[in-house]
Design a protein around this ligand. Structure first.
Ligand code: KG4
Ligand code: ZN
Length: 333
């Protein structure tokens, strides 16, 4: 079954064709980062306008080079939330029109479910049930994933998402937007032991997270730092990154142990962080847990993960009507 996926929830215009929920036939992402860079973050109105410009060429590029067209498809899956409503509506309107014109079934997909199922686009996916640590720019969740379309929520961030903390700290260090990748790179030349930033473990809410304290601690440190101090920006970045990674790793391992399952998936943009990948693999191996992390391009926003979820919905007959709407906030999966 071949499904066309469409993703426009934030600042990436994505289209992809996936067969049987696992095999990527094409996966095109047009990133708007250069458009938003000057503003230090995503400007929702600009994002919607760019999606309008790019959606048709991006879909064409996902179909034509792979020798596909509307006749080769069995359905169309589109992200309907959470995300920027104006941006989501562009993908949603395109998907509705395409589904109507081609007589293809339409399914609405939750963006977070897409990130979770992205591990099924890799050769060695986890067996159900498994725990997913979903770390992105908008969310930091622990989910107990029962099957491809159903998860039990275990915990989430009380304030900033992990990726948001990376972006905000990068901004206050003058490193620009988006910040995750830059901090990751700088940290490789830094000493993470030189500055110990706080780890918010929220002992009573063991699967919830809080990252606003770490961000504030970095701001205080930077403003209070004496001129000529031996501590470099590399050490600050490494110290901050280590604090975030420490919390994510500890809680993810504890969640797997609590659920007594064997598999852990780490997904979302922050899952491309090199230190997180290294630490979680090491700690999971020590704890006898199998860890699954998609390659970096599949951790970030893409439409292949949306098409993969769409395949399962289509098989279950969960199709949407043409009044399918966008939503901005998190829905329980
Ligand atoms: O999943 P994603 O592409 O979009 C959302 O759904 O939010 O995640 C984007 C987030 C951004 O906050 C970005 O700074 C972060 O992922 N990110 C990283 C890295 N690459 C992207 N954070 C830490 N290290 C990285 N290498
Ligand atoms: Zn995302």
């Amino acid at each position: 079954m071949k499904v066309l996926g469409i993703e426009t929830s934030c600042d990436e215009t994505g289209a992809a064709v996936v067969s049987d929920g696992t095999h990527i036939m094409s996966n095109v992402v047009w990133s708007q980062v250069a458009v938003h860079h000057a503003y230090g973050g995503v400007v929702p109105e600009l994002a919607s306008r760019k999606h309008i410009e790019k959606i048709v060429p991006v879909v064409d590029e996902a179909l034509s080079p792979a020798g596909l067209n509307g006749d080769s498809l069995d359905g169309i899956a589109v992200t309907c939330g959470p995300g920027l409503v104006g941006a989501l509506l562009v993908g949603l309107s395109f998907a509705k029109a395409y589904s109507y014109a081609r007589g293809l079934p339409l399914v609405g997909v939750d963006h977070l479910q897409g990130h979770i199922i992205s591990v099924y686009l890799e050769p060695d996916p986890p067996a159900f049930p498994f725990v997913a640590l979903l770390v992105s720019g908008g969310h930091t969740n622990l989910e107990y994933v029962i099957n491809p379309t159903h998860s039990e929520h275990m915990g989430h961030t009380r304030d900033d998402a992990a990726g948001e903390a990376f972006d905000k700290v990068a901004k206050l260090l003058g490193l620009g937007y988006p910040g995750g990748e830059v901090i990751d790179k700088l940290s490789r030349k830094g000493d993470s032991e030189r500055i110990k930033f706080p780890r918010a473990l929220l002992k009573n809410e063991e699967f919830d997270f809080s990252f606003s304290g770490i961000k504030t601690a970095v701001a205080r440190f930077v403003h209070g730092q004496e001129k000529g101090s031996a501590l470099s920006i590399h050490d600050i970045a490494a110290g901050f990154q280590e604090a975030v990674v420490d919390v994510l790793v500890q809680k993810a391992i504890l969640a797997v142990q609590t659920k007594r399952c064997e598999h852990l998936a780490v997904v979302g943009g922050v899952a491309s962080n090199s230190r997180l990948r290294e630490r979680i693999r090491y700690e999971a191996e020590r704890a006898g847990i199998c860890v699954h992390i998609p390659e970096a391009d599949l951790c970030k926003d893409n439409a292949a993960m949306i098409a993969a979820v769409g395949y399962h919905y289509l098989r279950e007959g969960k199709t949407a009507a043409l009044d399918l709407d966008a939503y901005s906030k998190l829905k329980r999966l």
